[in-house]
Design a protein around this ligand. Structure first.
Ligand code: 5GP
Ligand code: MN
Length: 324
């Protein structure tokens, strides 16, 4: 598993030399970053390390079952110092959010990630842009550290692997993902229960927001681009939160005839947040980068200042060009 791009030995040295370790997830945390961080906490504790979990953002309700999920916090005034800061699944420095202050409070900095656009912003960077999930890299890291799997760690790793592969359906899903899944099953992974929580259950608020998103759908680029918009009003009327937009953009891409999909929503900050999706060979990461965003070829995001209409039209113009 992995490639020459990952460096589990260098990460292992950082960990072995540290006693206090700050493990950091990205803003708007998802299953992979939280699964990676909670797994890392359990792994490091087995090694006798003192671990603190950080995230600039609330853990989504759906992911509260992760062991240690209640321990995440935003760095306070007098945080640290730490021997090591370890970021997991954080594609660029901006996505550390308020946790970026930990860089100055940590003797050493390292990261484990799988985003191809990662600019390798730490001292030690174990980054494999070809890997389906950071949680797969965590499994590899465990071998280097000599820490054994158990059921709790299996729950964490399954969460990241299953969510980042779209429940084992994206093109990124490879034999490695299934090999690791085999190992997790051998450790009594409660698959049916977790699968229901992660991929089927939705709150009433989410179902109402889903209705608004689908109602808003329009088509551009000769019908090949599905566009959905959610306003602050839609969130207020449905009672849903920002975190409930997770998979909504997929309804655009799952509409027969589309090749790209865009979901734009008014965030609490007043900014416009985009989720962009594409079906191979189309890609959206380069479009996202034009607007200061990033992500993967077929799943990318942007955070922009401006009005909904202006932002959407600017991004759509580039998508229509790509649709050509
Ligand atoms: P989502 O649409 O699920 O929020 O994000 C899809 C992918 O795009 C994620 O893998 C994430 O790393 C990336 N992404 C989402 N929002 C942003 C953003 O505002 N800036 C950057 N650089 N990447 C983002
Ligand atoms: Mn990930």
């Amino acid at each position: 598993m992995g490639t020459m791009k990952t460096n589990p030995e260098a990460i292992a040295r950082c960990i072995q030399e540290a006693r206090t370790i700050a493990v950091v997830s990205h803003v708007n945390p998802d299953g992979d970053t939280l699964g990676s961080a909670t797994a890392m906490r359990l792994i490091l504790r087995k090694m006798g390390k003192e671990v603190t979990l950080f995230c600039d953002g609330k853990v989504p309700d759906m992911l509260c079952f992760l062991p240690g999920a209640e321990l995440f916090r935003v760095p306070g005034e007098n945080e640290g110092p730490f021997d090591l800061m370890l970021a997991v699944d954080v594609s660029d420095e901006k996505r550390l959010g308020a946790c970026a202050v930990l860089k100055e409070k940590s003797r050493r900095t390292a990261q484990i990630d799988h985003h191809p656009t990662n600019p390798r912003y730490m001292e030690e960077n174990s980054v494999d842009g070809g890997c389906a999930a950071t949680c797969l890299l965590i499994r590899e890291q465990m071998r280097t550290l000599g820490v054994k799997l158990d059921q709790e760690i299996a729950v964490c790793l399954y969460t990241g692997i299953s969510t980042d592969t779209g429940n084992f359906s994206f093109g990124s899903t490879n034999a490695d993902a299934f090999r690791v899944m085999g190992e997790l099953m051998e450790h009594d992974l409660p698959l049916a229960k977790l699968n229901r929580i992660l991929f089927r259950e939705r709150s009433r608020e989410q179902i109402k927001l889903l209705g608004r998103a689908i109602e808003s759908m329009t088509f551009r680029g000769n019908g090949k681009i599905a566009v959905m918009k959610l306003t602050k009003q839609d969130f207020a009327d449905s009672g849903a939160l920002s975190e409930h937009t997770d998979t909504l953009v997929n309804y655009g891409l799952d509409t027969v005839g589309t090749e790209m999909a865009l979901l734009a929503r008014e965030a609490d900050s007043g900014q416009i947040k985009f989720s962009l999706r594409a079906r191979e060979p189309k890609r959206v990461d380069e479009i996202a980068k034009l607007f200061g965003g990033g992500g993967h070829p077929q799943a990318a995001g942007i955070t922009m200042d401006g009005t909904m209409e202006d932002c959407v039209e600017a991004v759509l113009a580039e998508m229509e060009k790509a649709e050509g």
